[in-house]
Each structure stands twice: as C-alpha cells, then as structure tokens.
Design a binder for this molecule. Sequence first.
Ligand SMILES: NC(=O)c1ccc[n+]([C@@H]2O[C@H](COP(=O)([O-])OP(=O)(O)OC[C@H]3O[C@@H](n4cnc5c(N)ncnc54)[C@H](OP(=O)(O)O)[C@@H]3O)[C@@H](O)[C@H]2O)c1
Length: 228
Amino acid sequence: MAPLILITGATRGIGFAAAAQLAARGAQVIVASRDATRAQLAAEKIERNTSWLTLDIDDPESVSAAAASIATRHGRLDVLANNSAVLLDHYQDLDHLKPETLAETLKTNVVGTLRISQAMKNLLEKSPAPRIINVSSGAGQLDGEPQSWAPAYCISKTALNMLTQQLTAAWPDVMVNSMCPGWCRTEMGGDNAPRSAEEGAGTLTWLALDAPHSLRGSFIKDRQAIPW
Ligand SMILES: NC(=O)c1ccc[n+]([C@@H]2O[C@H](COP(=O)([O-])OP(=O)(O)OC[C@H]3O[C@@H](n4cnc5c(N)ncnc54)[C@H](OP(=O)(O)O)[C@@H]3O)[C@@H](O)[C@H]2O)c1
C-alpha cells in the first residue's frame, strides 16, 4: 500500500516541492493549506497521487476537522510532515523584537506543530511504520556561535527541536526527526538563497520514504545527522 503523507503548508516552497517529489515516487500525498483555493490548485498542479485539505495549525477546530477528514477518507496516516512555519522578524534584532512577535511565532512554529501532531497521533498509530518530520532550521541550532538573525524564528526552531526530542521520548513507536532543508529560494528564504526549494525538499522526501525507521530523535540535513 502506498504511504499516506500529510504535508502542512504545502502549496508553495519546500512543502510543495516535497509533495511533488513524493507523489512522483508513488506516495499518496495530502497537500494542506489554510486556503482551500491554493490547496486545490497545488494538488491539481501535481496531478497524480495528490489530494488536499484546508488546515490552520493555529486553529484547534481546523486541526480537528482535518483529523476527522483523514480518518473518514483513509483511516490512517503514515507520515506527518510538519512543514508549516512563519518568519515574522526577518530584519529585526533582539532589541527591537516585540514579545508579541515572539509569542506569535511560537504559536505557529511550536504550539501549532504540537497541536497537529497530537491530533494525528491516533491515525499515525494505525500505520505499520509511522513517521513525523519536523521541518526545522539550522537557525535553531545551539551548536556553534550564537546567531543574531531573526531571534524569534531562531528561538522557535530551537523549541521545535526540543519538541522533536519530546515526541521521540513520548511516542516510541513513531519515528520522529527534525530536519534542516538548508537556505532555499522560497517566499521565506528569498531570491538569494543558494538552494532551490526542490533541493531543500530532498531531505524531507528521504525521511518520508527512504530513511530507516530506526533513525529517531535526530536532526538531519542532507541525509546526515547534524548537531543540535
Ligand atoms: N526557505 C528556507 O531557506 C528555509 C531554511 C530553513 C528552514 N526552512 C523551513 O522550511 C519550512 C518551509 O519553508 P518555506 O521556505 O517553504 O516557507 P514558505 O514558502 O513561507 O511556506 C511556509 C508555509 O507555512 C504555511 N503556514 C504558515 N502559517 C500556517 C498556519 N497557521 N497553519 C498552517 N500552515 C501555515 C503557509 O501555508 P498557507 O499560507 O498555504 O496556509 C506556507 O505555505 C518552514 O518550516 C521553514 O521554517 C526554510
């Protein structure tokens, strides 16, 4: 049976590129977006093996509705790719960061990721080899020199990495990992990034279909574990 993969925020950028790669490999992909029209258009663009649903990970009702829809249509979920994120403080330094901006960033990048993961747990448990992929960033790495760029976003990705560790400890039968796509040319990454969205999506595709299920609780970039 083809693996069933839900990708959040998959109408553009790395999420869309991963959806196209996974569908081309024969997976059944569910493209999620807050906007129904964008979701439908993205699914139509991929053409095969793809369906869509509306999903706002900040909204408990939207998340419950998405879980109910997948339960009715499929009765299980094999891979949850938590790709959605916001970058709200691109050009801010810490002195100018509004605490409200940090709270808003954490709401989506961390709390929303927890919410959708909890909502999908029952469906993941119906899979013979369930996987969660948290799309994080090197911006959240504690290894190396402190970075001053986009503090709210960086803090949120560090917290997301700890969520990966917590999920790994709490749900031992689910393969949970964080990944960094590298700096990619997307709406978030801008035009100057060295990688295409497709290159960035390669690690997501690998974690969804190819990585051994024993790979758990790791931070992965280019198919290699990197320091937290
Ligand atoms: N681009 C890079 O250089 C880079 C580097 C490292 C890590 N990353 C990470 O890679 C992932 C994808 O990045 P990207 O560059 O492709 O970003 P993007 O083009 O800005 O896409 C992000 C997606 O997140 C979705 N989203 C935002 N808020 C949401 C919410 N409340 N509920 C559901 N979906 C929501 C949006 O979907 P809708 O508007 O359709 O709902 C949007 O399509 C992110 O986690 C990002 O942090 C990116």
